[in-house]
Structures are given as C-alpha cells and as structure tokens.
Design a protein around this ligand. Sequence first.
Ligand code: SAH
Length: 400
Amino acid sequence: MPPTSLSAPTVKVSPRGAVRLKSGHVWVYRSDIVSADGVDPGSMVRVIDHRGKPVGTALYSSSSQIAIRMISSEPVTDFLALLRHRIGEAIAYRERIVHNTDAYRVIFSEGDFLPGLIADRYNDILSLQIVTQAMDAEPVRAAILSELTDRLHPASIFERVDPRVRELETLPARASGLLRGDKTATTVSMNGIQFRYDALEGQKTGSFLDQRENYFAAAHYAHGEALDVFCYQGGFALHVAPRCSQITGVDSSRPALEIADQNAALNQAKLGGKEIEWIEANAFDLLKDYSSSNRHYDTVILDPPAFAKSKRDLDAALRGYKELNLRALKMLRPGGILVTCSCSYHISQVDFLEMLASAAMDAHRTLRLLEVRGQSQDHPVLLNVPETAYLKCVIANVSE
Ligand code: SAH
C-alpha cells in the first residue's frame, strides 16, 4: 500500500518499542516489531502497542534495521498533505533562524519531522537526498519536487544518491543527477565569504553546511599563524584568514584543495592579498612531523572525518582523536586557540570532552573552554532523539 493510502495498515510494537516511543524517540527497531503482517515496503502505518493501544503514525521500511520512523502521535489520513505542510514549516523555520547565508539545510530528516528526506540549498541549486523506502515512492517524490519548486523556485534540483543506502533499503539502483533544471554549479555565500559549489563533485552534499556557524565562531577567536587540518575546500581556513597573519590548510584530497584554492581566489578582496598555503598530506603524518620538529601555531583547527562509524569503533576512534588533539596542543603557543571537532554521533559530547581533557594532561597544557558547540541550527537537534545531534565543535584557549 503506498504511503498516500487513506486507511493505513497496522504495525504492532513490543513493550520495549512502546517505551521508546513514549520517551519521545521516533524510531522503532526491527527487533521491537511484534507484527507487520501484509505491510508493503515504504507504507504509512498505524502503530499500536502490545495491548493494541494506538500510539501514532509512522513510515515503514521492510528492510532497514530502523523498521518504523514516527511522523505523528495522531492518526494521519493524507500523508502527501502532511508532507507538503511540513516542507512549508521547515522552510519557515529557516526563515527565522538562518542569517547571512544562501547556503543552508532546508530539510533535516527527523529534525524536521520528515524522516528520510534531506534538502540543502546552495544559492539557486537544491540538493536532495532521499534515504528511505517511503520517501522514495513515486507520488512522494513528485510531491517533494513540486512543493520545493513552488516555494523556493530553484534554478535546478539535484539528487545525490548514496548507493549503499539504497541497497540497505532494497531500493532499485539510481544514479545521482538532475531532477529539475540543468544548472549544476553556482557560487554561495556564508558569513560574507564566497564558496564555489558544484553538485557534480564533492563529498556529502557538497560542502559542510553543518559547520557554518562554527566557522563564524572560530573566526572570532583565531589569530596569528593558523593551521586548518582536514581543511577540505577551505571552510575554516577562509573564515579565519582575515584575522590571521599566516594560514595553512591540510587535506589528503587534491581535488578538495584545488577547490579550496579557487575559493581563496574568490575571496581575494577579503584576504587583503594574503596567500593561503594548501598542503596535500596525511594529517596524522604531518602533525607527527610538525610537532616533533617543534613547529608552533597560534590557532589550530581539527575537523577530521567521522572516525567512529559504529559503536564498535568507539575506542579506536577516541584514540585517533586523542592523537590529533595531543599533537595540536603541543604545537599551540600559550594564548593559542584550539578549534576541535568530531562529526561521529557515536562519540558523545561527554566522551569528546573527556578525550580532550586527557590529551591536555598528556600535553602538559591547560585548556580553558571558550565555546562548546554543535551543528548549525539549520540541522535541528531533537532533544528526545539523540541521533539527531552528531557534530561537536569545541573552541578552547591554551595556556602552559
Ligand atoms: N573542515 C572541512 C570539512 C572536513 S571533512 C569543512 O569545514 O569544509 C574531512 C576532510 O578530511 C575531507 O576533506 C577529507 O578529504 C579529509 N581527510 C580524510 N582523511 C584524511 C587524512 N588522513 N589526512 C588528511 N585529510 C584527510
């Protein structure tokens, strides 16, 4: 039954599943599904607890470990009408909280009560990710496209496909590509800094919108000689550059550094003739070399990729973060600024701060916390759904 259906089929959840929903979470795992007889993949379903009491309405996946994602604690008769309404709400929310940029996340899945749908705006290009069976159904896709087009009038809409996600959802393979219009590249502006955006290249949805507010915050404290490690296309480096005397960006990806260099050229006026040095290197090797050869900096930024892809990787990931942070701390001059991030949601803010405290002890440095930050507000965190909070960004002052 498609998710547009008027009378939804029923899924019964176990007592543990019901408790989870009672606590405000929106997922029930497959192991907590008691029955989902005759429910088609991607259907909208009525959810009942083990006693038969209705607990709300959800979208069902026949293959994901997350079997149901709640969309309402009430009965829903017309999913497409609800979808359109929620898209409008998500856009209105951004109008209130997003400032000084034309690049931001318009829809953040569960964070906007639209599980399985992500939409990013890059100036006049919209980038979509559809990651569940329910959101992939044809009538749903059509409603998403028409609502986004009517409200935002993008020059084009590009779909970014993660083949692994489609496999997990047992959805037919699909290539990334344009769904509307023909524009694939544009220039975006955040906090007064320009960046190139090209839908056909790049990681994730293209650039790291979740760090937008952290770029701005980092720029407030940065000074002197700065090192941006894992710099990608230069998000932090370009933001801190106007306040620093010398800036070096390090990444292992040459294509990312080439775009970083183009971005620097776009912002020449702001940089006042300052050159940013881009180094293609493995960050672990480079930090080891630099810290043992007594190089010193006033600002070090660490924004590595997610080291913990699952709970099992937690210890190894924390060792990786500690090594990086320890080396950065050893290189920082007194009064220096450390900006250190983790985008692994398996690592909690508490784990991350403990790791940092232990690195500070080993490096014989004292850290004063200036800011403990998360993802930009256009990536809303649902307090009762811890999985929606994944990014940590700590800004600290280093003394001896
Ligand atoms: N700070 C960036 C985002 C960093 S994403 C921004 O705000 O836009 C992580 C980056 O780490 C990617 O660009 C990836 O190419 C790079 N990377 C991954 N492993 C690396 C390694 N071992 N050494 C250096 N860079 C690495």
